[in-house]
Design a protein around this ligand. Structure first.
Ligand code: F6P
Length: 405
């Protein structure tokens, strides 16, 4: 049996193809498989001028653009062929490959191998938008305003949509919802090396380093008040600066946070100390909504609403604040937030989330299973953070100090 593997990604722009390609490559690398990604877009950006990032370049009516893209694709395939001929074991062709003809060319380039096509779809409009926003920070759009960049990228996508032919008669194919991590369809006619492993990877969550940070001290924290949108105290600002120093030796490309001021104030100095770091606000990570207890202290709740305090004490996880939330009702949104993070972070090694006490408890328990009775009591200090590491066979988490104040 030939053990060399060729994987070709398929899908419209911003559907998570590169994230999946990187995930597969990283995992097999760890098993000492010689694997390389061949990305058409990177080759295009390297070899051609700024013109190749305009929407018109991608128009099917632009003969020279079409010819150039085909040329880059052929070059990339030749590089992959050379790699496999000289000891490489797994080549991943990362490009849109949206036409049958392009896919036939790929198969023809590797006649003795069973090419596996992985088509990425994402039906979630909101997540697609968030992914587009992230893409707009790429260097190739650097000379455009946000509106111009968005317009150009959307036009590019519509050019691809015009010629898009979903997988159909390809011999070995798998269609995956790249946001949900769900396999929608599979059809395998040949022996594809590592197939079971690849399929497992498409549906399994992995994170190399997830730094789960709670925002610094706020004025509300000083008074033990819940909810609200309080800002950081001097001490909280100092904690944010200390975190920034601590993480300056790490590369953090994106910090995910909630919509509250306290997470922005904590994330900003950290981002400023990075070479290139964007801060993305996800409403899914907003702190538990205490409804009618908004802005109250725990003592005030005991005194003024003893029935609330009592019911919550009896079953903290399932208790839902009147007109607000409980841990139980936050579950869905927190899981969706985590899915967004994993989708948007482009399978980078390091992820940072700056969240809140209840939110971080839920995030931690998502990755490292805890009984629901334990979740609302997980320790979430403001002078330490959780470092979470997950691969398909191992999960670890560690509470690490970053300062003494
Ligand atoms: O006290 C800070 C805080 O983030 C509040 O805004 C929130 O209501 C609370 O923590 C959640 O913790 P617990 O579930 O233990 O009340």
């Amino acid at each position: 049996m030939n053990t060399k593997t060729v994987i070709a990604m398929v899908g419209l722009p911003a559907r998570g193809k590169s994230t999946i390609a990187r995930k597969i490559a990283r995992t097999f690398e760890l098993d000492d498989v010689k694997v390389q990604i061949f990305n058409n877009g990177e080759l295009r950006r390297k070899l051609s001028s700024e013109n190749s990032s305009t929407a018109d370049f991608f128009s099917p009516h632009n003969a020279s653009g079409v010819e150039l893209r085909e040329q880059y694709s052929r070059m990339n395939l030749q590089h992959a062929r050379d790699f496999l001929n000289t000891g490489g074991q797994m080549a991943i062709i990362d490009a849109s490959n949206v036409t049958k003809q392009r896919r036939a060319t790929i198969s023809a380039m590797f006649p003795e191998l069973a090419v596996l096509f992985i088509e990425c779809v994402n039906m979630d409009e909101e997540v697609l938008e968030a992914n587009l926003e992230r893409k707009l920070s790429l260097k190739e759009f650097g000379h455009l305003s946000t509106e111009e960049a968005l317009d150009s990228f959307l036009k590019r996508i519509s050019h691809y949509e015009g010629v898009y032919e979903p997988l159909a008669e390809e011999r070995n194919q798998i269609v995956v919802d790249s946001f949900e991590g769900r396999i929608l369809q599979e059809h395998i006619s040949d022996l594809v090396p590592h197939y079971d492993r690849i399929r497992d990877l498409l549906t399994t969550r992995t994170v190399k380093n997830l730094f789960l940070v709670r925002h610094g001290e706020t004025y509300y924290n000083l008074e033990d008040r819940i909810g609200g949108d309080s800002t950081l105290t001097e001490r909280g600002l100092m904690q944010a600066r200390t975190l920034a120093d601590y993480f300056s030796t790490w590369r953090i490309p994106i910090i995910f946070r909630s919509n509250h001021k306290r997470t922005l104030q904590t994330a900003t100095p950290i981002a400023e100390k990075q070479e290139h770091c964007s801060i993305i606000a996800l409403p899914e990570f907003n702190e538990i909504d205490p409804g009618i207890c908004e802005g109250m202290t725990y003592q005030e709740i005991i005194a003024q609403m003893p029935e609330v305090a009592k019911a919550r004490k009896e079953n903290k996880y399932d208790y839902v604040y009147p007109d607000g939330e409980g841990y139980v009702s936050m579950e869905r949104r927190i899981h969706r937030g985590i899915q967004k993070v994993l989708y948007l972070n482009n399978y980078d090694d390091n992820i940072m989330i700056v969240g809140h006490q209840a939110v971080n408890r839920m995030i931690l328990s998502y990755f490292v299973f805890r009984q629901k009775e334990e979740v609302p009591y997980l320790y979430m200090p403001q002078n330490r953070f959780y470092h979470i590491q997950i691969d398909p066979h191992k999960k670890t988490f560690e509470l690490k100090p970053y300062q003494n104040v």
